[in-house]
Design a protein around this ligand. Structure first.
Ligand SMILES: Cc1cc2nc3c(=O)[nH]c(=O)nc-3n(C[C@H](O)[C@H](O)[C@H](O)COP(=O)(O)O)c2cc1C
Length: 155
């Protein structure tokens, strides 16, 4: 029975972050894992109820103007006060797609997430520059690791 909940929230404008998200989702839905329900939401639609439902979450965004995408910021803006003080160590992981950098997207998300007292439990996946297909395997592994860790109760 799926009694643990994994939330995946992402945004993509030209589709490459979507490709990463699809791999993360594939990993999270690995057929060997039975105890985890996976919920996928666009950053424009995800809300505080989704985050409060989650036992772990994964956020994915492109880097725009040295920051997370506006859509991801919009998500965090909308959930912040509703979730503040209620997430208490919730495990999370990040993935970022960037034209040439990506560090600004990662640091801007981490800065806001630190205010929510959640805990980054896996190394972020950053795919910068020309899209490297081989990194999709890393994305899949990220989804699998979060789901497997949740199922096993190790986070
Ligand atoms: C408005 C805009 C701003 C961007 N700013 C950055 C940036 O600051 N740093 C960077 O590495 N790439 C930047 N990029 C490149 C995107 O991160 C890159 O095109 C990425 O693949 C977009 O992801 P997507 O295909 O999921 O939309 C920018 C792209 C756009 C459209």
């Amino acid at each position: 029975m799926a009694d643990k909940h994994l939330l995946i929230v992402f945004h993509s404008q030209s589709g490459t972050t979507t490709r990463m998200a699809e791999a993360v989702i594939r990993g999270a839905n690995n057929s060997d894992i039975e105890g985890v329900e996976v919920r996928v939401r666009s950053a424009l639609e995800a809300n505080a109820e989704d985050l409060l439902w989650a036992d772990a979450f994964i956020l994915g965004t492109p880097e725009n103007f040295g920051y997370m995408s506006g859509a991801m910021k919009y998500f965090l803006d909308r959930v912040y006060y509703a979730c503040e003080g209620k997430l208490n160590g919730l495990p999370y992981a990040l993935f970022v797609r960037a034209g040439n950098d990506g560090t600004g997207a990662l640091s801007s998300m981490r800065r806001i997430l630190s205010g929510l007292a959640v805990k980054e439990v896996q190394e972020a996946i950053l795919v910068a520059g020309e899209f490297d297909e081989s990194r999709l395997a890393d994305c899949e592994e990220l989804g699998l690791t979060l789901a497997a860790g949740l199922e096993a109760g190790i986070f």
